[in-house]
Structure formats: structure tokens, C-alpha cells
Design a protein around this ligand. Sequence first.
Ligand SMILES: Nc1ncnc2c1ncn2[C@@H]1O[C@H](COP(=O)(O)OP(=O)(O)OP(=O)(O)O)[C@@H](O)[C@H]1O
Ligand SMILES: [Mg+2]
Length: 349
Amino acid sequence: MPRRLLSGVLGALSQDMAIDLGSATTRVHVRKRGVICRQPSLVALYQEPRGDKRVLAIGDEARAMLGRTPPDVEVVRPVAEGVIRDFEVAEVLLRLVMHECMGPSHVVSPRCVLTIPHGTTEVEKRAVRECAEAAGAREVHLVEEVLAAAIGAGLDVTEPHGNMVVDIGGGTTEVAVVSMGGVVYSRSLKVGGQEMDDAIVRYMQDTRGLHIGPMTAEDLKIQLGSAVPGRLRGEPSSVEVRGRDLVTGFPRAVKVHADEVRSALSGIVHLIVETLLASLDKTPPELAADIVDKGVVMTGGAAQLRGLDRALGEATGLPVIVADDPAAAVVQGAGQALEHVEVLQAVAL
Ligand SMILES: Nc1ncnc2c1ncn2[C@@H]1O[C@H](COP(=O)(O)OP(=O)(O)OP(=O)(O)O)[C@@H](O)[C@H]1O
Ligand SMILES: [Mg+2]
């Protein structure tokens, strides 16, 4: 069969997938089906007595084991600060989520778009491609995360017009100006939602003498966290959490107030504000004028921290909006690029 015809047949039979392998969450968007998989980027490995490691669980199941494992089991996070740190484990995670998304009836391996941080080197890009191919992808395209985020947030990135995106994920905050299918300027901060959780853990140790786990800290952040004072009607102003008393060593429950969580997060909010201000300062004038018109769009799971849009708006004097479904914007944008060949051609690396 001629090659082009063969590739056409394979294309018709395979499922196109966009994959966002994030520090916190792995999401998969499948053509015509939308975002069908969302799993924590975690893999639980069992150390066999003879030396081999066996995959016990991934995603939600692995997350349930965090902090509760015996010595021969470890829960690994293959992506940190937006970058793949452990390619072997990342390949396992990719293979299993791809398999879950394809379903048993699909025999042809998928065409994939993977999102990568801006500034990824050629060597790193090759490693990501090889990792996805080893996990079962037939064809791999790479798209920069902030560009995908802008597309997913509904912006037209192919026009000669500047758009500013602030993507706040689990491990990184990326501020970028995009125009004509490319990233014109980008600044990245190795701080995101996970650093916010760590700040809450430290705050509880220092001020309440209580050691809480990272998942409890994340719950506190989502339920009570905010970047500015004030709460909406109906929202709780305090919640009870459990941890280990640092003095007695015994479990203890304490009531935590929203003001305390805001105070724990204030340093990180300040860092994000500073990064945005520094980025605006470096943006070329024509593009800066576009941004004054259109404002700034926030994406990423941690963009949902209450009042963070307001804090960024007050600091910059610009309109700041949070994208619809901000945590899924990157994968949705990558999925749209796969569906529209002209967009893929404009943004793929
Ligand atoms: N309602 C919420 N308020 C505040 N933070 C939230 C909320 N919902 C989710 N988050 C946080 O968003 C973060 C995950 O965001 P996201 O899924 O965009 O990260 P990621 O893409 O995996 O990470 P990265 O882009 O840094 O590699 C987590 O730290 C999570 O606690
Ligand atoms: Mg992300």
C-alpha cells in the first residue's frame, strides 16, 4: 500500500490524543470526545525482594497510598516543576493513561500532541518524543504549554496580536505573551499549587505546633485559601483539620481560620504578582498596548485560588480573567490544535 494511503487509513482508525503531563495532574483530550481522563501524575511502585520494581497503581489509586506506604512501596511523581524528571516512570504513566483512553477496541496506536514548557531544549524534546513513542504513540507533536493554554482559553493565537497568559499549575507559574503562533516572551517561576500546600504545612507547624500532611494542606487551600480578604456568603470561614501535635506526638484536631490560610499563602501570592509585573515590564510596546486592550487570562488549577485574579488586577491595573475550566485549558487547547491542522501547523514545534 502506498505510504500516504497507509497513513490515511491509520489516521482514520486511530484516536488522536492531546496529553498534558503536568506536575500535579495528567489530562487526556481525545478527538470528538473531549477531556476523558484526569489522573494525579503519580505512580506507586513495589520493590520486589529480588530487585525488580513492579507497578502497583497509578493516578487516584496511587494518590490514596501517599504517606501510607510500607517500606517496599514508593509513590513516585515523575514530573516536577513542569519537567519530566523520571522518564521510565513517566512512560509507564503515559502508557497506562493512553490505554485507558483508547479502550480495548482500538488496535492502531494514537497520534499524540504533548505539551511541554517553554524553553525545553532540543535534547529534552527528543527525550519527551521518545518517551511518548515508547509508551505507544504512533506520531508525536509537541506544543508549548502556554500556547496551548491560550488556545484552550479561547484566544486566537495565530493573529499578529499580543495575548498575555498566566498559567499557574501544581509545580510552576508561567507568564507568557503569545502572538502569531509563537511565544514572544515568557517568564517562569518554580512555584505553584504544591508550593502553596507546603507553605500551609509550614504555617501550621510554626504557629499552631501541628504537623499536617500535604493532602490536608491542599484541602485547606481549596476550601479556605484566598489571595485577598473577604469571603462570599455561604463559604466556610473556618474548618477543622487533624494532624500530629509537635510537642506531645499525639493526633490533635484544630480549627483553622481562612485568615490564617491567606496569611500562609501571602508570600507566594506576592511572588506571582512580582513575576507578572516583571513580565509586563519586559513586554515589547506594541504587544503591551494589545494587552492593555485585552487584559490577562489566567489558566491552571491554582488560578482558581479565590481572589488571585483580583490581586493580579489590582497590582497591574489590567483586566484579569480566569479561563472557563482553567485547569483543563492546556489540554483542551492542545486538543483543538490536533483537530485543526492549520492551528497545529502554526503552533507545533
Ligand atoms: N479551587 C482551587 N483553588 C486553589 N487551588 C486549586 C484549586 N483546584 C485545584 N487547585 C490546585 O491546582 C494545582 C494543579 O493545577 P494543574 O492541574 O493546572 O497543575 P499541573 O498542570 O499538573 O502542573 P504544572 O503545570 O505546574 O506542571 C494543584 O496544586 C491543586 O491543589
Ligand atoms: Mg499545567
